[in-house]
Design a protein around this ligand. Structure first.
Ligand code: ZN
Length: 209
């Protein structure tokens, strides 16, 4: 593993505010939404940042628990898909005539609510998202009424798992927009009409792990 201080270009004795500021500056430049070629670099930066922050903020005895089996990933039972998203997904990302996508988003604000501990927000945990999707039936190409795979529907529904890194220092209640363009690029054959998903983090009112 590379020296995390070197990755972020920081002095070893940098204080928390300096580290945060540096990370924000670098994120602005290298976040994959702004610069798709820098995805790997951004991941490396987040890992370096988590390492430094955990060294500075967390007692060594707790550090191990935090970094252990979960690999800094939020468990799926803490990820809640809101009604608006469920509706939109069921419709293959089409919304009914009476509602525009905008209406849905304004009304419900966030598509996904994630319950997180404060320290997880600070560190920027990974959130594995389940994205229901629809694709043209690979067996009949959507052309057979008697297809055994799609039963004549012409398409099949499936769920994709797509992990995103929540930017470190997301504030509780803040809405984070997730750009779906990289997902569309990776799976060009699936139908996703939306350009963004909105995630909101809710603080767990329980002792930190
Ligand atoms: Zn078929």
């Amino acid at each position: 593993m590379k020296d995390p201080y070197e990755v972020l270009g920081l002095h070893r004795d940098a204080d928390i505010e300096t580290i945060k500021k540096r990370f924000r500056e670098l994120s602005k430049k290298f976040h994959p939404d702004k610069n798709p070629t820098s995805q790997e670099l951004y991941k490396e930066m987040v890992v370096a940042y988590r390492t430094i922050i955990s060294e500075k903020l967390i007692a060594p005895s707790n550090r191990e628990a935090l970094f252990s089996s979960s690999a800094l990933t939020i468990p799926s039972q803490r990820i809640i898909y809101n009604l608006s998203l469920t509706n939109i997904l069921q419709e293959g990302f089409k919304v009914s005539r009476d509602f525009s996508t905008e209406d849905y988003l304004n009304h419900f604000q966030a598509d996904i609510t994630v319950q997180m501990y404060r320290i997880e927000l600070i560190m920027g945990y990974t959130i594995p998202l389940m994205i229901p999707s629809r694709q043209i039936c690979p067996v009949c190409g959507g052309r057979s009424e008697h297809c055994y795979r799609c039963h004549g529907k012409g398409y099949i529904s499936q769920t994709l798992t797509w992990s995103i890194i929540l930017p470190p220092h997301t504030r509780p209640g803040e809405i984070v927009e997730i750009n779906l363009a990289p997902l569309k690029e990776r799976y060009p054959h699936i139908q996703i009409r939306r350009q963004f998903l909105r995630i909101r983090c809710h603080i767990l009112d329980m002792p930190e792990p």
